[in-house]
Each structure stands twice: as C-alpha cells, then as structure tokens.
Design a protein around this ligand. Structure first.
Ligand code: ZN
Ligand code: MN
Length: 499
C-alpha cells in the first residue's frame, strides 16, 4: 500500500448565543419552540423587508476572532450569497465575502505538552437558514417537507481553517478547541446534537512530492495533477469528525492504490454503519454571485471598540492550562481536566484561594484540591446531575474537609468521601466528625475506654490478646463502625503497651 499525504481543511458554523436573530428582533432561542412562532417579514425573507444587524452578534464574532489571534477588519461589510433552496426563500443568504470581520489567526492544540498551531483563513458572520423536516404521508406514501422558520436568521459564525491539517486526530482536537473556546467565552453553547455547532471537513490524499502550499492553498507541483477534495457534510458530534475522516482516508487510499480516479464530491456520515455515503458530485464550485448587501451600510470597528472587546476576553482554556502547570506544578492530565470547562476552572480558582486553605503550601494545596475535585466531587456531580454543585456546595465545609484530610485527622479515604457526600447534602463537618473520627478523637476515645476498663487492661498485661478485640469492639460501637479499623487497632495497641 502506498502512502499518501493527507490534507484536511475544515469549516465550522457556530450558532451565537444572542437574544435576538441576526437581522431582526425575533427571538433567536428556537430550539423546541412551536414551529414558525418566532418569525417576521425579515427572517421569512419577504420582499422589501429591511435587515438591521445585531450589534451583540457582531461583537461575539469579533471576540471569537480575538481569542484565536485574528486580525479584525476596521471596515467590514455584509454580502449576499445567492442560491435557492426551500429553507432560503429569499434566494440569498446574508453573509460576508471579501471583507470578513476576522482574518488570519490560528487554533492551537495542546497534547502531551506539545503545542501545534493551525492557521485560520477567516471568521465571518452570517445568518442561519430555516429548518426542513421531511415526512411521509401515511395514506399515499408520498414524501413532503415541513419548513420551520424559527431558525431562519439566527446568527451563525463561520470559521474556515486552512487545509493544513494532516490527521483525523488533529481535526478532532481542533473541533474540541473551537467548541471549548466558544463555550468559555459564552459565545455559543456549541451543542452539536442541537446543531449549535456544525463541522464540514474536506480532504484529499496526494502523492508525496506532487503538491505544495501557495498562500494557504494546495497547488500542484510541476507537471503533477492533484486529486480533488471530498467534502463531508453535517457531522453531528466531535467523534463523528474523527471517525468520518479516518474512514474516508482509508477509502480514498484504497481507491488510489487500485488506480481509481477520485471525483470531487460531497459525502455524508452514517454513524450507525460507520461509513461515509455518497451524496453528489461537485465538479465545479458553485457560483454564488456574491454582491454587497445594499440594505446594510459597511461596518466600522474602531481600535477603541476592539480594545474594549479584548478586555472582555476571559482567561482562555489554553492559558489556564499553561498556568496550572507552570504555577501549581500540576500534571498535564490534571491541568487539562481542570481547564476543560469554564465552570470547573472557575471553581478550582475560587476554592484554591480560600483563606482556610492558605496554611497548605500552594503546590500541595493545588494537588489536593485537584484530586478531590476531579475524583470524589466529580463523581458526586455525576450522581446529582440536576444540581448546580459548583454554586450550591458549602465551600467552607469542603475546605475544612480538605484541611482535615491534609492534616491526617481523617485517615480513612472512603470515610472522607462519605463526608463529602454528606456535606453536599447540607451537613457540617463538625456534626459528622463526632464520635472521635479524626485521629485525635480516636486517641482520646481509646484513652477513656482504657481508663474505664481496668479489668481488660489487666487481661492484656497478663498476655490475653483478646483484650485488643474487646477495645476494638467498643470503639466501633461508639463510632457506628465509621472509624478506620487499622488506625484504631494501632492506637489501642500503642496505648495498652504503655500501661
Ligand atoms: Zn424575524
Ligand atoms: Mn456558511
């Protein structure tokens, strides 16, 4: 089998989280709403309706561009992209052609402490189309389509990457990074199942040495001919991106091995059978006859506005990851888990600076908190999925528990986990630790019991080891079985031996 160079480009559409649509004041929150209940002449595409751009949506697009180190255009404009489809009755989509809001920049991925950058070509703003649902008439078997315009006109950010990606795995990491960044910055919920983030990768396989890059595009080398790209549409999950690309790389390389010709085409992904399926040939690129949208004046974004938007950028996931490793000496794995979601990172940062924990050295504190957050607290989070634990948890009690564990006042890890569950359900650590459950308590309880039972002490001194079991039984009864038996036994033996 010959080896080929894999060349992947990616396009993403991310639905912005705005109150209203891109060019009208209808609600943009369309998911699960009564069909066609959120429409007006603008988003229905009726003749003569005038679009008014949504300032907040444009800001979100620019913020995403800033997060990915793009250049922001001082003067930008909207254009009409012409094509007709039942979900686009006005015959054009308002998009951006030659003056997008953002150009350049890159997506950076970080794996096993190795960073890779992937160039972004552009990030522009456009509007979504309506939703088509295909049905079959039960009486005559004929197909028909229902169109819901609630989604029509919802703001979409399109992100186009240069075809400089060379593996399905990197493509997946890029998609994860885009989703994570959009969520961190509250630009989008980016839920792929709900269609809030869509990805369309394109790929081609080329013989090594037959191609090169020119201005971010692949061009044939001298006398060589390139294999055309295949585009995969409508990928509904991050894993589908990797799986579909892996499948397609294998399919194309087998075709090329057999000397077959690849035709430029669009394919879909069948997640059940795990294959890509042919949709249509696409010999030439569509001519969308772009022209400037005459109803919207050009958009000027001055340096002051850009600075203001830049100041709104929170710490990005990559920056958080680096900080956790650099400042707290956390492992790559821990740092990644902690920085994965904005709410987890924010909780970690908040608890780490709690005064109660300040007596623990910072790196030990970070490690302790990371262990408890990523282990037991995450498990509880899963078990209480409806609860907003990060906001509801009594942080003071959680910190007290961490201190007790750190100072080895609670020696039994399972018990400490039980305490955490109890704290989650509203109990205080002081109530939980009665009965001598901390090490000092065990010591005190054993010394009381020894003082109260001189006969058993005498038995022990006479060589009767059963006395130990006798005291064990007493401690276990008083602590309702919650004390760590090995700690209790050690304490009893050491105190008896001193007698
Ligand atoms: Zn509308
Ligand atoms: Mn688009």
């Amino acid at each position: 089998m010959a080896t080929y160079d894999v060349i992947i480009g990616m396009e993403f559409h991310v639905q912005s989280k705005t109150k209203s649509k891109m060019f009208c004041s209808c609600s943009a929150d369309h998911f699960g709403k009564q069909p066609n209940s959120q429409t007006c002449p603008v988003c229905l595409g009726l003749p003569g309706a005038l679009p008014v751009p949504n300032r907040h949506a444009i800001e979100l697009c620019v913020v995403l561009g800033l997060a990915f180190n793009c250049d922001i255009a001082e003067v930008s404009k909207f254009d009409r992209k012409h094509y007709w489809y039942p979900d686009l009755p006005k015959g054009y989509q308002i998009s951006q052609y030659d003056k997008p809001f953002c150009t350049g920049g890159f997506v950076e991925i970080d794996e096993d402490n190795e960073k890779k950058k992937f160039a972004i070509r552009r990030i522009h703003q456009e509007e979504d189309v309506a939703k088509i649902t295909r049905k079959k008439d039960g009486s005559n078997g004929k197909e028909y389509a229902l169109i819901d315009f609630n989604k029509s006109g919802v703001p979409l950010i399109e992100i186009v990457l240069q075809p400089e990606i060379h593996s399905a795995h990197d493509a997946r990491m890029i998609a994860e990074k885009i989703r994570q960044t959009a969520r961190y910055l509250k630009i989008s919920d980016a839920d792929m199942e709900k269609g809030q983030m869509r990805c369309e990768p394109n790929l081609s396989l080329q013989k090594p040495g037959t191609w090169k890059y020119e201005n971010g595009e692949i061009v044939p080398g001298d006398g060589a001919e390139l294999n055309p790209p295949v585009e995969i549409k409508n990928l509904g999950s991050i894993s589908a991106i990797e799986n579909a690309l892996d499948f397609e790389i294998k399919r194309l390389s087998e075709m090329l091995d057999k000397g077959e010709t690849v035709r430029k085409q669009t394919r879909g992904w069948d997640p059940v059978n795990r294959v890509t399926t042919f949709q249509r040939y696409k010999e030439t690129s569509a001519d969308y006859r772009y022209f400037p949208e005459p109803d919207i004046p050009s958009i000027k974004i001055d340096a002051k506005t850009i600075d203001e938007l830049r100041s709104k950028l929170t710490e990005l996931p990559g920056e958080k990851l680096d900080r956790y490793k650099r400042d707290y000496g956390l492992s790559d794995y821990d740092a990644k888990q902690l920085s994965k979601r904005a709410d987890v990172g924010a909780f970690f940062d908040r608890v780490l600076t709690e005064p109660l924990l300040s007596k623990i050295e910072i790196k030990a504190r970070a490690k302790l908190l990371a262990n408890w957050l990523l282990g037991p607290l995450f498990a509880l989070l899963k078990a209480n999925s409806g609860k907003d634990l990060f906001n509801e948890l009594d942080v003071t009690e959680f910190c007290r528990l961490l201190v007790a564990v750190h100072e080895k006042k609670i020696s039994n890890q399972n018990l400490a986990k039980e305490y955490l569950a109890d704290i989650v359900s509203g109990k205080k650590l002081d109530e939980l630790m009665v009965g001598g459950l901390e090490a000092g308590g065990v010591e005190e309880m054993v010394s009381h019991l020894i003082a109260d039972n001189p006969k058993a002490v005498g038995d022990f001194k006479a060589g009767n080891k059963n006395a130990i079991s006798f005291f064990m039984g007493l401690v276990m009864r008083e602590t309702k079985g919650k004390a760590d038996p090995s700690v209790v036994r050690k304490e009893i033996e050491s105190q008896l031996n001193k007698k």
